[in-house]
Design a protein around this ligand. Structure first.
Ligand code: FES
Length: 181
């Protein structure tokens, strides 16, 4: 994922504007409606989330309302409408991971961190997504994936707490025993 740095003035919209002009040229209103999701995916790929200014640009470019764009952004769970944390963590809550104890970590997240399903820690260090599917590494259960490439194996609540602590302090994921690439 290419993440464009953005400061207080907001993201640089030029790359998105170029993509929209090159690839998103609807012939009519119906086609414009069909292009909204793809355009939002382009924005998320560029920025790591869909900032309000990008959503507005998409709406203006396609000739649809911003409400329509936000309706789709909130309908599809994959879209992020708030800036992500510095790290991204998938916590697997599939069947094998649940049986192996992931439920305790999910409960810890709700109870101690106020995160249900998905959320970002208040210091914006980590965005956590509880994944109710399967990460494909059931032999590592309970497992998590960090920053889209590193797998964390055989997690317990204690290891998970240590992991979050390390990430909040910009430490390496090695704080959780059993990290595998
Ligand atoms: S259920 Fe968690 S990795 Fe398969």
């Amino acid at each position: 994922m290419e993440l464009i740095e953005h400061g207080w003035t907001g993201p640089d919209l030029e790359p998105l504007r170029r993509i929209l002009e090159e690839r998103y040229r609807p012939r009519d209103y119906r086609e414009a409606q069909e292009l909204i999701v793809g355009a939002c995916q382009e924005a998320q790929r560029l920025y790591g989330w869909v900032p309000p200014s990008a959503a507005q640009l998409i709406a203006d470019h396609l000739g649809v309302t911003a409400n329509r764009v936000y309706g789709l952004l909130t309908f599809y769970a994959d879209f992020q409408t708030e800036p992500p944390g510095r790290h991204f963590l998938w916590l697997c809550h599939g069947a094998a991971c649940h049986v192996a104890g992931a439920g305790k970590i999910v409960e810890y997240l709700q109870r101690e961190r106020g995160i249900v399903g998905r959320g970002t820690l208040p210091d914006r260090s980590v965005t956590i997504h509880v994944f109710n599917g399967c990460l494909g590494v059931c032999d590592l259960a309970p497992a998590a994936q960090l920053d889209h490439h590193e797998y964390l194996a055989h997690l317990t609540q204690e290891r998970f707490e240590h992991l979050l602590h390390d990430l909040q302090n910009d430490g390496a994921a090695g704080g959780a025993d059993g990290a595998v690439d």
